[in-house]
Design a protein around this ligand. Structure first.
Ligand SMILES: Nc1ncnc2c1ncn2[C@@H]1O[C@H](COP(=O)(O)OP(=O)(O)OP(=O)(O)O)[C@@H](O)[C@H]1O
Length: 204
């Protein structure tokens, strides 16, 4: 279980700190909503370890992860910026998420192709990120995160800007991850996405 207790954080300019308290079981999706600027991305950055809280706890399966650097936490993130390496093609971007030295098995290489096809990007593995649309980059970032096979996925507006058909495909992919036991923390403005994907919701 992901257990977040009295996690406090404030940017210097803020008068009041945020205080986050929640739990999420394996295979559960917890959706966070709230107006723009309410702190959704900040919460995801705290969980991922890119920001340090002033106090509080984050534990996964009973073990504190608060002192772990981002790369040692049992989670992977899809940020709104997508963070693709611009000088590397799509399959290399995804492959690096699976193995930093790109030592991929034949099964892993096939899985990259299959997942690209699954999200409507068949045969685009050799494209450079600069040759993709915003929605296509977004789907590459989602495939990269999913194929890292971490137990927790942090998703910041993962479906925003996608057309209805693509949205449905990516939702299916995320539902399949839940069925595999992956915990998801989803920041989303979209009520429909939250209703479909989330088991629990809270609002900031
Ligand atoms: N590095 C920073 N320094 C100071 N304040 C910041 C910093 N980053 C974000 N903030 C402020 O913290 C608040 C929360 O920002 P955050 O990005 O977490 O909101 P959000 O709910 O994810 O918004 P959106 O829905 O627009 O993505 C905002 O008021 C923002 O201006």
């Amino acid at each position: 279980m992901l257990d977040v207790k009295s996690l406090k954080f404030a940017y210097q300019s803020a008068a009041e700190p945020w205080c986050f308290d929640f739990k999420a079981e394996p295979g559960e999706c917890l959706a966070i909503s709230g107006p723009s600027g309410s702190g959704k991305s900040t919460l995801l950055a705290l969980l991922a370890g890119f920001l340090a809280p002033s106090s509080g706890h984050i534990a996964w399966k009973g073990e504190s992860i608060i002192l772990l650097p981002p790369w040692q936490r049992p989670m992977t993130s899809v940020f709104q910026e997508h963070n693709l390496f611009e000088h590397l093609n799509v399959e290399t971007n995804i492959g690096l998420g699976i193995h930093p030295g790109l030592k991929l098995s034949a099964r892993q290489k096939r899985s990259i192709e299959e997942h690209l096809e699954r999200v409507g990007l068949p045969g685009l593995g050799r494209r450079m990120p600069g040759e993709l649309s915003g929605g296509q980059r977004q789907r590459v970032a989602i495939v990269r995160a999913v194929l890292r096979e971490q137990p927790i996925l942090l998703l910041d507006e993962p479906l925003t800007g996608l057309d209805e058909a693509t949205r449905a495909t990516v939702r299916e992919l995320l539902m399949a991850q839940k069925a595999k036991g992956v915990t998801q923390i989803l920041a989303s403005h979209d009520q429909e996405d939250r209703n479909i994907l989330a088991d629990k919701q809270f609002s900031l």
